[in-house]
Design a protein around this ligand. Structure first.
Ligand SMILES: [Zn+2]
Length: 225
């Protein structure tokens, strides 16, 4: 039996925790996962982010209205909870007054770590999350994870979201400067691993479960990072 890493729940030989130097970003990250996706973690980055971010948590569910742990966090006066979500009414780290709004509380960033489809469902069921102030990015970012098919190219992975959010909060002086590069390092290693796996499958080195769809028969170029 393959040994499993207790932090990221991946088999130990394909775990990326060794690239992580866990750090405290000064923000508490909470990852909300759909139960279906909490199990299927081939391309999920939430668990890797969680392994690198001290004080982060994963909460699994669909309807979070009555989730005891989440509601406990939302009601804790030490935190200023926000939902990481785009919108015209969303704060960004740069928005005037945001730092004062947080005051001496700790930012609690809630991230829906799910595909676009599952996220919509989770949000529809959970008014306690949708009623939270929203936080979005002031910059525009593109994912380096190009083969993950999401409806919009500007969708970035969970681990990239954490990375860019920390960077923006640091620039705005909302959180202290910490070295968060390990998040991107682990992510890049994950991408290279996935591409290698895909190519091995195409070349017949490991069993190919995909049909003869051309997307799955052309070798992918290894990124230069
Ligand atoms: Zn691991």
């Amino acid at each position: 039996m393959r040994e499993i890493c207790f932090k990221c729940l991946r088999p130990k030989d394909t775990c990326f925790c060794r690239f992580l130097a866990p750090f405290d970003p000064g923000v508490k990250f909470v990852f909300l996962m759909h139960p279906k996706e909490a199990k299927r973690q081939r391309t999920g980055t939430g668990r890797i982010a969680h392994a690198g971010l001290i004080d982060s948590e994963i909460i699994v569910g669909i309807d979070f209205t009555k989730n005891a742990r989440l509601n406990e966090l939302l009601g804790d006066p030490r935190y200023y909870p926000v939902l990481l979500y785009p919108g015209d009414d969303a704060w960004t780290a740069k928005t005037e007054g945001f730092k004062d709004e947080i005051g001496n509380r700790k930012l609690l960033a809630i991230i829906i770590d799910s595909t676009w489809f599952c996220s919509k469902k989770m949000l529809r069921f959970s008014p306690n999350i949708t009623s939270l102030p929203k936080l979005s990015f002031s910059g525009g970012y593109e994912s380096i994870f190009t083969f993950k098919r999401e409806p919009k190219p500007e969708y970035i992975s969970t681990i990239e979201s954490c990375y860019y959010l920390i960077k923006e909060l640091q620039s705005a002086g909302i959180v202290p400067q910490t070295d968060c590069e390990c998040l991107m390092t682990a992510f890049k290693e994950m991408i290279k691993f996935q591409i290698q796996k895909e190519n091995d499958r195409i070349e017949g080195k490991i069993p190919n479960t995909h049909a003869t769809d051309f997307k799955y028969t052309r070798l992918k170029e290894m990124p230069k990072f």
